[in-house]
Design a protein around this ligand. Sequence first.
Ligand code: DI6
Ligand code: FE
Length: 400
Amino acid sequence: MTIACDRVWRNARLATLDPTLPGLGVIEKGLIAAKDGRLRYVGPDNNANFDGPESIDCEGRWITPGLVDCHTHLVYGGNRADEFEKRLDGVSYEEIARSGGGILSTMRATRAASEAELVEASLPRLDRLLAEGVTTVEIKSGYGLSLDGELKLLRAARALGDCRPVTVSTTLLAAHAVPPEYRANPDAYVGLICDTIIPAAVRLADAVDGFCETIAFSTAQIERVFTSAKAHGLPIKLHAEQLSNQGGAALAARHGAWSADHLEYLDQEGARALQKAGTVAVLLPGAFYFTRETTAPPVALLRQLGIPIALATDCNPGTSPLTSPLLVMNMAATLFRMTVTECLIGFTRAGARALGRSGEIGSLEVGKNCDLAIWEIDQPADLVYRMGFNPLVARVWRGQ
Ligand code: DI6
Ligand code: FE
């Protein structure tokens, strides 16, 4: 048999994350062939002929799917080191938010920056993710909190995808906080989101998200946002049960959300709703760690119900100033007791599903994009076990 392809990676150990195989879907002595940016062959290094390819000897290194960071707020202006110091003095995240700091302080810095300045400020953060094998990143808006501000963020996020070899999924998060102009009438801001911002963002956003919390938006307000998103053909996600239980996960599930994210305060009822809807649970150990949260998400329950669990950096200036997917995996294992297999699934195929991209990325299967991370490690557990250690040797995006 002769297989036509552009490039071949030989002599590799593959963690395919193929869901039809057990565990990590390991293939020892594996071979990957790519054609036109897609996987053309994934399997044992057999004696098939590969037609005219560039051939790379991986010398026994491990190959995983390129990592998927399915929840970030990567594009923003300014930073919040001052607020971090206040929190060290004992002021809580909620207190800071209520006194006009927090998200609103980043909003001010972000509004003051041009699109080009936002791209420039965000590129170093994106580059840190790519340096650890990320090939797909989701980027939310949510620091503009006005029509122009939110569109500027979405355009900056898209522009980042043109600057680097990476797939960018954009998410409109206008419902992140109530901007000062609407402080006296938050429902009018929800009206602006539903009637003006969502319709204007249809071609710039791949999904719509919201922050369902006492310091942000109620379930009734989020329901209006979801209804508008769906009327405009946009899929939805939700920041739910991060600081308290508001029933956000059940609401998201009822609307067929791709994911419900954070979930520290998720209860039985919310978890069952996620299970029924096939909604992915996205856990964000960076925010849990950085805010010194003590209630962990109910991982055992999620596991028991077979709910797919994704992991992400939540890269943002307030609660997770973090650009290391490898450190997130370590935190998920140490803080949430997730297994190595669960951690790797979390940053690959479950992350892909949280972005509605299961058909194109997240595992090494024929037909999917040839997005690879090649690692100098002895076993996959090394990716989760070591801290502050980056064994990436190469990153391949769409076959290149
Ligand atoms: N939850 C979070 O942890 C981030 N947004 C959200 O809805 C925090 C964003 C920030 O503080 O800037
Ligand atoms: Fe977030």
